[in-house]
Design a protein around this ligand. Structure first.
Ligand SMILES: CC(C)(COP(=O)(O)OP(=O)(O)OC[C@H]1O[C@@H](n2cnc3c(N)ncnc32)[C@H](O)[C@@H]1OP(=O)(O)O)[C@@H](O)C(=O)NCCC(=O)NCCS
Length: 272
């Protein structure tokens, strides 16, 4: 094991993008050893792979602009990367962490995670997602105190484990009840049951002009019901009678009725 003093997290810079993409590529390609599918649904062999943009310098650059992107330094060398984002004041998310396979299992990932927690002292809840098949990350995150509270279904072929780690207190992070929602509320966390979902219809994005699919789900908890707008892939994932959890939704008024919205690219979480 490594002495923790040797690891530092530093803000990644433009000039680091190519090296970080290379390390990320090597790190995620090692997933074939820890459960990554080697054959597609059609039975054909899959090439090595990773999450979107994992081997692309441009993707790393984009993440540096959108998120908090840290390079993990060991003895003056970049040995990995960690991307975190702030979802709201008290909720942050680990978007990605990777370590050069030559340095795996020496405590570097664990130390980098511990250091990122200290960089966001206001964060009461950390969340992250990882594929169901990944036996390595399951062990890694659970040892760090993350608890799986749900599943995500962003990939048709497999499920994702959705993890949460509460900082500072043992209380469960409190979600709101439907009767507490007021127009213009943002950053809404809520758990409810889907009663029914309308047939999807096609609309055009006001900003890009691209076609989008939209459907309305009627969701309920013990305090009431509200309409939840679902977009594109979210429609495939949800069905009547599912329980769902929304992180970071927002409330709008539509024809005088309150309506709950999630971002088009936000995840639906299916609580355990
Ligand atoms: C996940 C990752 C960042 C961990 O980095 P690391 O520096 O090796 O982390 P650590 O050494 O602190 O801890 C690794 C733990 O995983 C365990 N582990 C390694 N291979 C494992 C396997 N096949 N099954 C179960 N646990 C495994 C190690 O034993 C160690 O646990 P321990 O401390 O109890 O012995 C690294 O494996 C990686 O880059 N993976 C590829 C990218 C990835 O999957 N990222 C996360 C998704 S965003």
């Amino acid at each position: 094991m490594l002495e923790s003093g040797k690891i530092t997290l530093e803000q990644a810079r433009e000039g680091d993008a190519a090296q970080l993409a290379e390390i990320s590529k090597e790190a995620f390609n090692s997933d074939v050893n820890v459960g990554a599918p080697t054959r597609g649904e059609d039975g054909r062999p899959l090439e090595e792979g990773g999450p979107p943009g994992y081997d692309s310098p441009e993707f790393q650059l984009r993440m540096m602009k959108l998120c908090h992107y840290y390079k993990i330094i060991h003895d003056g060398q970049i040995v990995g990367g960690l991307i975190a984002s702030r979802k709201k004041l008290d909720h942050s998310q680990i978007e990605r962490i990777f370590v050069d396979p030559e340095y795996h299992n020496r405590g570097i990932g664990t130390e980098a995670m511990k250091q990122v927690f200290t960089k966001f002292p206001d964060t009461k809840v950390w969340t992250l997602g990882t594929p169901e098949w990944n036996i390595r990350t399951k062990h890694f995150y659970e040892k760090l105190g993350f608890v799986q509270i749900g599943w995500t279904k962003d990939e048709p072929a497999w499920k994702g484990r959705y993890y949460e780690k509460l900082m500072g207190s043992n209380q469960r992070y409190r979600s709101l009840k439907i009767n507490e929602l007021t127009p213009d509320m943002r950053g809404v966390d809520i758990e409810a049951k889907i009663l029914e979902i309308s047939e999807p219809r096609q609309v055009r994005s006001r900003t890009t002009g691209k076609p989008l699919k939209v459907a309305e789900a009627l969701i309920a908890d013990e305090t009431g019901t509200i309409t939840l707008t679902l977009w594109n892939d979210q429609i495939r994932q949800a069905k009547a009678n599912d329980r769902i959890r929304i992180n970071n939704g927002y409330v709008t008024l539509f024809r005088g009725q309150k309506q709950l919205n999630v971002g088009r690219y936000d995840q639906l979480i299916f609580p355990i």
